[in-house]
Design a binder for this molecule. Sequence first.
Ligand SMILES: Nc1ncnc2c1ncn2[C@@H]1O[C@H](COP(=O)(O)OP(=O)(O)O)[C@@H](O)[C@H]1O
Ligand SMILES: Nc1ccn([C@@H]2O[C@H](COP(=O)(O)O)[C@@H](O)[C@H]2O)c(=O)n1
Ligand SMILES: [Mg+2]
Length: 468
Amino acid sequence: MGSTSKSVVDMIEASSKVHYSGFHMNGHISGVEPSAALQGTTDIQRQPFVIGVAGGAASGKTSVCDMIIQQLHDQRVVLVNQDSFYHSLTEDELARVHEYNFDHPDAFDTDHLLSCMEKLRQGQAVDIPKYDFKTYKSSVSRRVNPSDVILLEGILLFHDPRVRGLMNMKIFVDTDADVRLARRIKRDTSQNDRDIGTVLDQYSKFVKPAFDDFILPTKKYADIIIPRGGDNHVAIDLIVQHICTKLGQHDLCKIYPNLYVIQSTFQIRGMHTLIRDSQTTKHDFVFYSDRLIRLVVEHGLGHLPFTEMQVITPTGSVYSGVDFCKRLCGVSVIRSGESMENALRACCKGIKIGKILIHREGDNGQQLVYEKLPNDISERHVLLLDPILGTGNSAVQAIKLLISKGVPEGNIIFLNLISAPQGVHVVCKKFPRLKIVTSEIEHGLNEEFRVIPGMGEFGDRYFGTDDD
Ligand SMILES: Nc1ncnc2c1ncn2[C@@H]1O[C@H](COP(=O)(O)OP(=O)(O)O)[C@@H](O)[C@H]1O
Ligand SMILES: Nc1ccn([C@@H]2O[C@H](COP(=O)(O)O)[C@@H](O)[C@H]2O)c(=O)n1
Ligand SMILES: [Mg+2]
């Protein structure tokens, strides 16, 4: 199929240049959801996506980071090394350098690292020290500009909870101890002018014990463990793909405060991988779609208003909580939207569900052919259900109908599994008070206006009508 697609960034620049570049001038970009206080405003300040890469010395951390940076060539990425924050040795320490433990957490100026990271996260440039392994001192520094992605790498990066707390993703490079020692000998004798006896003494006295006591125990904090470091191309490709997905979503979220992409996890990516696979059986397709739909529905319900209430617990204490919004209604866009009804019913006991059927003739010829909605819909908050947002034309028809029935635009939450950027632009621009909640942003649309990578005809795959 001769399909062409535009990258998210291309489309954003083509259709929304003013918002996009305006945002970059403010210089705040992030991997984190906007805070509650900022939701609903256009002044969203975002911070960079921070990836921590830890592992033993000479495990291949720097090499893994270099490979990630190479693959993220069209993104603004900076690398910050924990090595840069080694304390400079005093004259006394220098005189007895062979007794100094460079692999202990105290060897690093972690407060300085934290203050530099804080500035970068706030969009400010920082001067990061340059550490010299031969003189054991930092002298000059290098200027690091704020970026969309910060790679932070070092042996003990996961040791301090404050440093761990900065990270959106944690990677542990897991390389065999013999390989690490062999590389270390090679590196220290050739680059750092050390003799092999000194390298081996340091290894047995400090490096190996510190690895066992301080580095290995932090492996449990990793989101991803990469065996074989830079040789593991599959792992690096997956990581880069994940980062691109997050950045793509953030680009759109930067522009539209009414777009909510649920926080991606590897569970969610795994479910998406299954439902996008053309070889997945109907049974698995339904199972994993249902799991994802439930997540989207729960997330969407989180955007409904609530009232505060107090209850008495069985211990006789007062619990101050909230009461659910009662005036609700689901509206499914026939036919694939009906796949989302069960999840909504499972979350909202006895919820009314209306239906809309829109007939699609080519790209622009959307026509409303059927609707059955509760009479009092104008007094309800509406959860509009359609698993795929493509061109946005059907969605616009459905939303217009709801508004014509008296539903305030701000009372509509549009729930879908995947959204093409084109559809997001159309819906978010036309209905800025409506909220879209989705689980992934797609790359785009092909020449036939089908979402890509997409997952095919959702209704056919879900209801089993795709058999020959
Ligand atoms: N997959 C690999 N194969 C061969 N040599 C490697 C590989 N990964 C790293 N190296 C080499 O090992 C040394 C240490 O790698 P580096 O990425 O600097 O590790 P770290 O940052 O964990 O100390 C470097 O000299 C590097 O060129
Ligand atoms: N002056 C120094 C400072 C550090 N080391 C060793 O470097 C290792 C950490 O660097 P990686 O790039 O390998 O992560 C660590 O094991 C220190 O022992 C050193 O030898 N001399
Ligand atoms: Mg390194």
